[in-house]
Design a protein around this ligand. Structure first.
Ligand SMILES: Cc1cc2nc3c(=O)[nH]c(=O)nc-3n(C[C@H](O)[C@H](O)[C@H](O)COP(=O)(O)OP(=O)(O)OC[C@H]3O[C@@H](n4cnc5c(N)ncnc54)[C@H](O)[C@@H]3O)c2cc1C
Length: 293
């Protein structure tokens, strides 16, 4: 099938993007890498009247790392973030997760912002944004606003971005605790396919070997990536031996309401999510303790 006809604007500035979106009555849509939008248009599941191309806008590309935050412009290619040494040194969990996003070819075109706005339940980038409490910065003709990750993902493929808003930048907090480690695991039918279930954890261990800080999030098995605060509470303040982790992870089945589909049953997703979460927590603990990098 071919896409329905559309008008095309190759924008040169963010202001031009915002005014084109504003004039479109909700019928104009941004195109970034096109890796999600073009297939949807080809299947006529999306029929924008006007495509606003942001690929020429330099302001929407780049990575800046400060002491406590990594700022990634929305139009930065996934491949550029994956190959960034600064991101690998300061936000290694994002580098790890990006290695699972699609294929080299899709990462060469796909952008960080496009993935967040597409909000696929299995998106690794959305999962890490939720895990780390990232902040999305959006601009429209009405002004600029910041949206915390826990208010950004509404449901599968739906975000709280309003008509006319362009996602400009994503700010990922950097943890400064010395003994910090991460874990990321997913399972998919074939390598690089969308995840059936995924889990990620970041842990800081204190001087007394107890868990000082922990974030845990799961994806794929839920409409949007989900932080598991109850499990975090069960881990915090403890020495993370395997029995503590197993007890905390045993809370997960009651926190999830996965859906069955042609790829996997709800029960499979629930069970696998627990296994992946336990692995992610153990990896995060071991890395924080310097057992592997
Ligand atoms: C074969 C294949 C395998 C894939 N595998 C995976 C996978 O394993 N994991 C995964 O997470 N993804 C996967 N993807 C999706 C891929 O990561 C896409 O790159 C990503 O989802 C969309 O990014 P994009 O830049 O291509 O956005 P586009 O397709 O251009 O846009 C996607 C949506 O975001 C909107 N948008 C884009 N940028 C902005 C912005 N700055 N402000 C506001 N709205 C914006 C568009 O209007 C559109 O609605 C796969 C894609 C393909 C084709």
């Amino acid at each position: 099938m071919k896409a329905a006809s559309f008008d095309y604007i190759r924008a040169k500035s963010i202001d031009e993007v915002c005014s084109a979106l504003n004039q479109g009555d909700g019928e104009a849509q941004i195109i970034a890498g096109g890796q999600t939008l073009i297939p949807l248009m080809a299947m006529r599941m999306s029929r924008p009247q006007t495509l606003v191309d942001i690929n020429d806008i330099e302001e929407l590309r780049g990575i800046e790392v400060a002491e406590k935050v990594a700022m990634i412009k929305a139009g930065t290619r996934q491949a550029d973030v994956l190959s960034s040494i600064e991101i690998r040194n300061n936000l290694p969990i994002l580098s790890e997760a990006l290695g699972h996003v699609g294929h080299t070819q899709t990462r060469n075109r796909g952008t960080i912002g496009g993935s967040l706005v597409a909000a696929d339940p299995s998106s690794e980038i959305c999962l890490i944004a939720q895990l780390l409490d990232a902040t999305m910065i959006a601009k429209s003709t009405a002004g600029t606003r910041s949206i915390p990750a826990n208010q950004f993902f509404d449901s599968a493929m739906v975000t709280s971005l309003k008509d006319g808003e362009c996602l400009m930048e994503i700010d990922f907090p950097i943890w400064n605790q010395k003994r910090t480690g991460f874990g990321f695991h997913e399972t998919s039918i074939r390598d690089s396919d969308y995840a059936l279930a995924a889990a990620s954890a970041q842990i800081a261990i204190g001087g007394n070997n107890k868990c000082e800080r922990v974030h845990l999030a799961v994806g794929g098995a839920t409409p949007s990536p989900l932080r598991l605060n109850e499990v975090e509470t069960a881990l915090i303040g403890s020495v993370l031996d395997d029995s503590v982790i197993d007890d905390a992870v045993s809370l997960i089945p009651n926190l999830l309401e996965p859906q069955s589909d042609v790829h996997a049953s709800a029960e499979y997703r629930r069970r696998v999510t627990c296994v992946l979460a336990a692995r992610a927590i153990r990896d995060a603990r071991d890395r924080a303790q310097g057992k592997f990098s």
